[in-house]
Design a protein around this ligand. Structure first.
Ligand SMILES: [Fe+2]
Length: 290
């Protein structure tokens, strides 16, 4: 069966049909999937039957993988797999629960944020727990020329400690090792996607602490404005999970957000692999380009 590509949204994202990742995949098919990943921002493959080894092997086709800092939520067989879940085994949670309820791109708090992530649905509630994706090319391109010019030279501080403190105030504090592994980092507010040359807005809720060089009130107001703009409904694709869905997303031009579900009624088990990072390319406006 030939591969089919169906848009998820008029401006980004594609669903690939006609591919069983548990069977043989030709080089031409891989090329087509990877091309879609680098141009569309979000790639959905439904109805997959992947064990942990298969998930890791497929993920490696997209790029080298990196291991999550919260090592207590990695699977025992494959440390590349980070578990999102409300389930427990022997009294211990098997995965991180209520992760990603803020709009973010993965690991923006690192100097080299994850290029992408691949999330596989193992046990999915019949309602709730959707993932929202917002396209940061569309968000940037919809800003006024004045705002584009204003933010292009600016940089912001992304902080895991700030995010963790805000999102998980009820949890045990980060260990000294986890803190040492996640110092604050500075990234441009506008980044260039190396695969397509388009500019993307680069923000995030909770995780972006401040914009450098601005008074605190102005920094907070601008961040609020940009974070609100970035997730306007017209930039969003909502993914409703089914078991066997594999969703690969590009953190360089999208943000995403988890949505809640009834965790007293339903079990959810999701496995994520994370593509190793690269330093964001700033979109600095040259003096003679103004
Ligand atoms: Fe995430």
């Amino acid at each position: 069966m030939a591969l089919e590509f169906h848009p998820l949204h008029s401006g980004f994202g594609t669903e690939v049909r006609g591919l069983d990742l548990s069977g043989p995949v030709s080089e031409a098919e891989w090329e087509a999937v990877l091309r879609a990943f680098h141009t569309k921002g979000v790639v959905v493959l439904r109805g997959q039957r992947l064990d942990e080894a298969g998930h890791v092997a497929v993920s490696r086709r997209f790029g080298p993988l990196q291991i999550h800092v919260l090592t207590q939520f990695l699977t025992t067989s494959f440390p590349e797999i980070y578990v999102l879940s409300n389930a427990s085994r022997d009294g211990h949670p098997i995965g991180n629960h209520k992760e990603g309820l803020n709009w973010h791109s993965d690991w923006s708090y690192r100097a080299e944020p994850a290029v992408g992530s691949l999330l596989y649905g193992r046990v999915c509630p019949p309602e709730g727990a959707d993932t929202l994706f917002a396209c940061m090319h569309l968000a940037y391109e919809a800003l006024s020329p004045e705002m584009q010019a204003r933010i292009e030279p600016l940089h912001a501080v992304h902080s895991y400690a700030t995010y963790y403190g805000r999102a998980f105030a009820d949890r045990t504090k980060l260990t000294p090792e986890q803190q040492a592994a996640t110092p604050d980092v500075v990234h441009p507010l506008v980044r260039l996607h190396p695969g397509n040359g388009r500019r993307a807005l680069y923000v995030g809720r909770e995780v972006v602490k401040e914009i450098l060089g601005l008074p605190p009130e102005e920094s907070a107001a601008l961040l609020e404005e940009l974070n609100s703009h970035a997730v306007r409904p017209e930039f969003i694709y909502r993914h409703r999970w089914q078991e066997g869905d594999l969703v690969a997303w590009d953190n360089r031009n999208t943000m995403h957000q988890a949505t809640p579900y009834d965790d007293a009624k339903y079990i959810r088990i999701m496995h994520r692999t994370t593509l190793a990072g690269e330093r964001p390319v700033p979109a600095v406006m040259l003096p003679d380009a103004a």
